[in-house]
Design a protein around this ligand. Sequence first.
Ligand SMILES: C[S@@+](CC[C@H](N)C(=O)[O-])C[C@H]1O[C@@H](n2cnc3c(N)ncnc32)[C@H](O)[C@@H]1O
Length: 256
Amino acid sequence: MSSFEYPGEYYEVIRKDFRDLAAETEFLASYLPPGGRVLDIGSGTGSNLRALAALGHPGTGLDQSEAFTAYAITAADPGSAATAYVHTRAEEFTTDDRFDLVYSLFSTLNQLSRAELRQLLTTVLGWLAPGGHVVIDIGHLLNFVDGYQPNIIAHHQGDDLLVTRLARQSVHAHRAVWRNEETIIARDGEGRVSMYANFFDQTVFTAPEVRDLLVDAGFEVVAEYGGFRKEPGPRIGRGPLLFVARAAADAQEAAA
Ligand SMILES: C[S@@+](CC[C@H](N)C(=O)[O-])C[C@H]1O[C@@H](n2cnc3c(N)ncnc32)[C@H](O)[C@@H]1O
């Protein structure tokens, strides 16, 4: 079974303990013209797309998780801008649409191999509308090293719901891959308990490697941040890493 196949409402409870959705929304919206279209690669339960749709940004989300895609479709607000959710692996997605912003958050792209990411970035360049941007929030080597915990037990409290993560991490040093094996245990208000297995490997990129992959794919990196409040990138490379890029051809045109 592929990973992230458990009820979306449990993921949403876990997500809010890790992420600042308001900061993410403000950050993403700052790269969008009014009504600008977005594409979310690995849209999960649709948290970011729902927030952007509420601001009037229509878009598309794609995700390999059937459970999360189903949740995102049900949770969409019919009063907001239209959002389509597609159940697919990013590497297999095709579209004739063009987007003002293509983004991928919460280390989703770490779930691709180096070769897959290289190919995907080239494809993404072709999905950008003129003047469009790409935002990548990616885990890099020092994040993985700093965050390494072989065993984690974490409780995440929702409304009338307790979600417990039992996580085991291990490192495949020769392939620079971080292996995550999670057991998700949910207890609802009536005392019902359910349990799910979640397994995923993450490629450990270095920051210069991601920069090079973007440039090789035809992008110009316009900014690097250490967080969604546009904090400066951490001086010695630790902490979260956000890349903002645009087509190198756009940069040349702007300079001409
Ligand atoms: C950590 S979650 C992040 C979800 C969402 N971006 C967020 O911020 O909540 C990673 C997501 O990436 C999806 N994913 C992993 N590999 C993928 C791939 N190759 N193509 C599409 N989705 C993928 C998983 O199904 C999962 O929903």
